[in-house]
Design a protein around this ligand. Structure first.
Ligand code: ADP
Ligand code: MG
Length: 352
């Protein structure tokens, strides 16, 4: 992606405006202004940081702190690259084969894996980070597509990969901060949970430092951190799956996450059919139910895991799942463009 396209997609990914038209506000220490910065280096996506600060250098300091932490998460959760002196998810995939080869990892990796295992259990396996052998197959076909046109993996390739996707084969030795797989062919893919997990951690880092009036967006994982200095909520738009510059929904948020999983983000075409990146573990094929599913709740990790899981469920199953969680609102954009919402999602919505 070139820079211009990246910036455009970052802008489209999230509309961040205050309900009030003022661009300045009076905070405790005087006048605060709104700034925005883009970070292109991590999680294979564009991160947008928007926030109020008394001056540019104060804002830049916040961005720098966020960027440093993001780099750390990016390296730890990377499934494709090695980094000197870092044991990351790729290290686990390459080496954690059997108890004797358990690999020691950073506590953040342990936390991400534990959370992801929990979400697997809570969603009936619809979000499964142990699906890596299958998602890697789809990924390899997607990246070999030329001009967006490519081949589809064969059923037999998919079936043999799916024999190595049992989350119970991922063993976490909590006391030792170690992880190993009882199935050496198992591969982790944390693409469905890592960005939300990192987004929530970054937001909490700001909160713990008393920083407020910010919005973070890591490629569709949005988290608001407090109102503007003059008390306005953020208006956050859900991205149009059709690339239109209007927003299917606009939510007023102050300390919530809004996370979207969409079939329009990473895809290729074969024989006129769109093959995207969210795989239904039941069929081993991209789920064809929706254009996108957006989740609003108070934790970006939960939002990320749930938006992927809900993408792989029928509306009825999804509504039932959501009713098990407190404070989770959902917007489903169906393939025909019609939208379904839960009552809580509607409560956050503002006129658009
Ligand atoms: P995005 O990465 O665009 O935010 P998601 O959060 O929905 O989208 O995550 C999709 C990514 O997670 C895929 O690119 C793939 O790496 C991985 N993945 C695909 N299907 C599943 C699944 N059913 N369970 C867990 N991970 C998945
Ligand atoms: Mg997700």
């Amino acid at each position: 992606m070139n820079m211009k396209v990246k910036i455009k997609s970052a802008l489209l990914a999230v509309l961040l405006v205050f309900s009030s038209l003022s661009i300045c506000a009076c905070g405790k220490g005087g006048k605060a202004e709104k700034y925005t910065e883009y970070i292109f280096d991590y999680f294979d996506t564009v991160t947008t940081v928007t926030g109020y600060a008394e001056n540019k250098s104060e804002f830049d300091k916040v961005v720098e702190t966020l960027s440093t932490k993001m780099k750390e998460y990016h390296r730890l959760f990377d499934i494709y690259n090695d980094y000197k002196g870092v044991n990351n998810i790729k290290t686990l995939n390459d080496k954690a084969h059997g108890e004797g080869n358990a690999v020691e990892v950073d506590i953040s990796v342990i936390e991400l894996l534990e959370f992801s295992k929990e979400m697997h259990a809570l969603t009936g396996g619809k979000v499964n980070i142990a699906l890596g052998s299958v998602t890697a197959l789809w990924h390899s076909y997607r990246v070999s597509a030329e001009d967006g046109e490519g081949e589809v993996p064969s059923e037999s390739e998919l079936l043999s990969a799916s024999e190595h996707c049992d989350i119970n084969d991922v063993v976490i030795l909590k006391d030792e901060n170690k992880v190993y797989f009882t199935d050496p062919a198992l591969k982790l893919d944390v693409g469905a949970t890592a960005k939300g997990f990192a987004t929530e951690k970054l937001a909490r880092m700001l909160e713990s430092e008393g920083i407020s009036g910010y919005v973070l967006s890591l490629g569709g994982n949005v988290r608001t951190v407090g109102r503007s200095p003059d008390g306005e909520k953020w208006n956050v738009g859900v991205e149009s799956p059709d690339g239109e510059e209007t927003y299917p929904a606009l939510l007023a948020l102050e300390r919530e996450a809004l996370v979207t999983s969409g079939s329009y983000r990473r895809f290729y075409v074969s024989d006129g059919v769109n093959y995207h990146h969210i795989i239904d573990p039941a069929t081993l094929f991209p789920s064809d139910r929706y254009k996108s599913v957006s989740v609003v709740c108070n934790d970006a990790s939960l939002g990320d895991a749930l938006s992927t899981a809900l993408f792989n469920m029928s509306l009825d199953e999804g509504r039932k799942l959501v009713s098990n969680f407190e404070g989770v609102g959902v917007l489903w954009i169906k393939n025909d463009g019609n939208m379904e919402t839960t009552a809580l999602f509607d409560k956050y919505s503002v006129k658009n």
